[in-house]
Design a protein around this ligand. Structure first.
Ligand SMILES: [Zn+2]
Length: 163
């Protein structure tokens, strides 16, 4: 079976982004709000997969729901689980098991990192850093987080895809 990961992050109306992930067999999509620095959190979470901690967690605010991403590294693979909680204002410290598992997939770290990196670069190419801030309003484009992930991916993964 061929493994793939497709990921996109598209800015919509002011303060909203559409996040899509597809592993070749099932898709998931969320509308993410600017209440958190969501794109930065995503890039930091994926970059964390190159460090000593086997599990990375971050949450998107769907106003009011919480979409919590839990990334567990197993050797060269990552198990991605997205859990949904109805109200982020009360669920931020709830255990993972209280959320509904809405999407899961296990894919190589290199493919996940590559897909997230390319999606963030596309956002910057499409809007520029000034345009990003105009749309996302509460947070600047996460340039440092993007460059950190690029460095880790290029240094640690033997990625044969185009950059
Ligand atoms: Zn790559």
């Amino acid at each position: 079976m061929q493994k793939s990961v497709h990921f996109s992050w598209e800015l919509g109306g002011p303060g909203w982004a559409t996040c899509r992930i597809w592993d070749g067999s099932s898709k998931h999509q969320d509308s993410v709000s600017y209440c958190t620095n969501a794109l930065a959190d995503l890039l930091k979470g994926v970059a964390g997969l190159y460090g000593p901690h086997g599990v990375q967690r971050f949450s998107f605010d769907l106003e009011p729901a919480e979409a919590r991403w839990i990334l567990r590294r197993r050797n060269s693979d990552v198990r991605i689980a997205i859990r949904r909680f109805p109200d982020r204002s009360t669920s931020f410290d709830a255990p993972d098991g209280k959320g509904v598992l809405v999407w899961t997939s296990t894919r190589p770290r290199t493919l996940l990192a590559h897909a997230v990196l390319m999606a963030a670069e596309k956002v910057r190419q499409t809007h520029g850093e000034d345009g990003y801030l105009q749309k996302w309003q509460l947070h600047a484009f996460p340039t440092a987080e993007l460059e950190a992930l690029r460095h880790l991916h290029l240094a640690a993964d033997d990625c044969a895809l185009q950059h």
